[in-house]
Design a protein around this ligand. Structure first.
Ligand SMILES: [Zn+2]
Length: 246
């Protein structure tokens, strides 16, 4: 049986003499593993369209034991990612997060949209990398059902004080009177940026701007919160951090 869907290559494992085992994020079936037979041979028709970050319309053949890529109508390669090792590292972290958290055997349109847009902004230098990473992390946390409670203070319902306190482990927000044990102080601008990340319409999400001083605080809160939700280490995140700290 064959089927077609939009998909992006998240990971490649070489197997056999010249085959590739792909991990893809697909619009109709979420995370999917499929073999691209002989794709490692330069003359093979799948050679150019089954590289990392290749996005397009894929046709698969679903066998009893495994799924194979039949063909791919390539749409985008995010070529800019290959030009900069730091961008590449961040993009691979996005991919690893998707493999960890996107659904399997069910539609994953919102996940695909988040990833494709983030890679586009990253590959084309359209957005500060730290802001982009934090946006991605908070939006992904919301997609997987862990939207942080950013509407108002968990103690008294106050909407805005400056600073506010955010508990990166529980996702709870507090005003400057309630504070809340274990919550870190954040300037209101950071809380506003976090609210924008999770509540804005998707099309407006990437318009977020933040003063330079507050970008690291926003990045810190977002990463800590997502990690507290997912509860595992990401090799790609560690690698990205060695890149930005150099
Ligand atoms: Zn309060």
């Amino acid at each position: 049986m064959t089927f077609s869907t939009d998909a992006i290559v998240l990971k490649i494992t070489k197997t056999g003499e010249s085959d590739r085992l792909l991990t893809l994020l697909t619009r109709d079936r979420g995370i999917l593993k499929a073999f691209a037979k002989a794709a490692d041979r330069p003359k093979n028709k799948l050679h150019m369209s089954t590289n990392l970050f290749c996005y397009g319309r894929f046709t698969f053949y679903e066998g009893v034991k495994s799924t194979k890529v039949e063909e791919c109508d390539l749409n985008e390669t995010f070529f800019g990612l290959q030009q900069d090792i730091t961008k590449l590292a961040l993009a691979q972290y996005f991919n690893e997060l998707m493999i960890e958290s996107a659904p399997v055997e069910t539609e994953a349109n919102e996940y695909l949209r988040l990833l494709l847009n983030s890679l586009y902004f990253l590959a084309n230098d359209k957005k500060n990398m730290h802001i982009l990473k934090a946006l991605f992390e908070l939006r992904l946390a919301s997609l997987i059902g862990y939207m942080p409670s950013l509407i108002a203070c968990a103690g008294c319902g106050e909407f805005e004080t400056d600073p506010m306190y955010f508990n990166e482990m529980t996702g709870e927000l507090y005003c400057c009177n309630c504070k809340g044990t274990g919550a870190g102080a954040y300037p209101l601008e950071v809380i506003t940026a976090m609210r924008h990340s999770v509540f804005s319409e998707f099309d407006k999400m990437f318009s977020l701007q933040l003063s330079a001083d507050n970008i690291p605080r926003f990045a810190n809160a977002s990463e800590k919160y997502l990690m507290s939700v997912i509860r595992r280490k990401f090799r790609t995140l560690d690698f990205y951090k060695t890149m930005i700290n150099e």
